[in-house]
Ligand binder design. Structure first.
Ligand code: PMP
Length: 289
């Protein structure tokens, strides 16, 4: 059973509801975070909350709670959930307002948290690797919407997701308007070539993913060269290894991209990073209990 926190308190499912006049619903006006918890502790919470407050600041959205308040709210939601591990969705909407875009006419932001389970791919995909397509839908250019803002506007990612589903693929990759790789619909992408790990830069349209940052950090600790690099579809097709990272996705090895088999899946470096990731999760979340 999911658990819910809404505007200051834990509520039952029937009260976890917002008005049809909320601008989060009417215009996608709001920001959010997806956060995993393990051992009943939220993972990399400080990083997620920093990104949430930065996203809110960038769109002039006042979050009516302090970081400490939200940390307590998250802990309360996890405690109310039946499992020790799961996924949290923390959403801040613009709040209720009259029809029309102007956010200044809205009342206070609505804030809610859902704790639930989430598996983005099946176990067999985790073992055998995901099949990707490169979507024809492009990532919104950063002069339209800065990719660092994790907003409620996911429509072009949803269009890419529809392309993946129609193609019977597990995930779609969005290119930026220059035709270079940006990211997956809800995850970041890494390749390995000649023992070097590379991922597109935020300026190429990648979200500054919390998992992405951790993987870059772990790669560094392991003595691997890991760089931010502009990647063309060619670089994906000719990679030695490829994998996806994200809070929901964790780490997913990639087997095939646009019908081209990736040379090694799950690759050696993927496996090393995956093991280091699992160890890091346990270390950080167990210590807190
Ligand atoms: N890109 C997009 C578009 C996403 O929605 C997500 C999920 N938050 C990611 C990348 C991965 O980021 P993170 O590791 O912070 O979950």
């Amino acid at each position: 059973m999911p658990a819910f926190w809404l505007n200051g308190k834990i509520v039952a499912a029937e009260y976890a509801k917002l008005s049809v006049f909320d601008h989060g619903l009417l215009y996608g006006d709001g920001v959010f975070e997806g956060i995993r918890f393990y051992n009943a502790n939220a993972f990399r919470l400080a990083e997620h909350l920093t990104r949430l407050y930065d996203s809110a600041a960038a769109i002039c959205l006042n979050i009516p709670y302090s970081i400490d308040n939200l940390v307590q709210a998250i802990q309360a939601t996890i405690s109310d959930y039946s499992e020790q591990q799961g996924y949290l969705r923390l959403v801040v909407t613009r709040g209720e307002g009259p029809l029309g875009l102007d956010p200044m006419l809205c009342g206070q932001a609505n804030v809610f948290i859902i704790a639930d389970s989430l598996a983005v791919v099946e176990k067999t995909v985790l073992q055998n690797g995901a099949r990707l397509i490169i979507a024809s839908t492009r990532r919104l250019p950063s002069d339209g919407l800065d990719p660092r803002i994790k907003s409620l506007n996911y429509l072009n990612h949803i269009l890419a997701r529809i392309e993946a589903t129609n193609a019977k693929a597990d995930e779609a990759i969005l290119l930026n308007r220059h035709g270079n790789v940006a990211e997956g619909t809800a995850d970041n992408l890494f390749i390995v070539k000649n023992n070097t790990v590379a991922t597109p830069a935020v300026s190429d349209g990648a979200l500054a993913g919390v998992t992405r940052a951790l993987i870059m950090q772990l790669a560094d600790t392991m003595g691997l060269v890991c760089t931010e690099k502009t990647l063309a579809p060619y670089d994906l097709y000719t990679a030695d290894e490829c994998f996806l990272t994200g809070t929901a996705a964790e780490l997913i090895p990639v087997r095939m991209i646009d019908q081209r088999l990736v040379a090694s899946c799950p690759g050696r470096i993927y496996q090393q990073l995956h093991a280091a990731f699992i160890q890091q999760v346990q270390q950080e979340t167990k210590r807190l209990n």
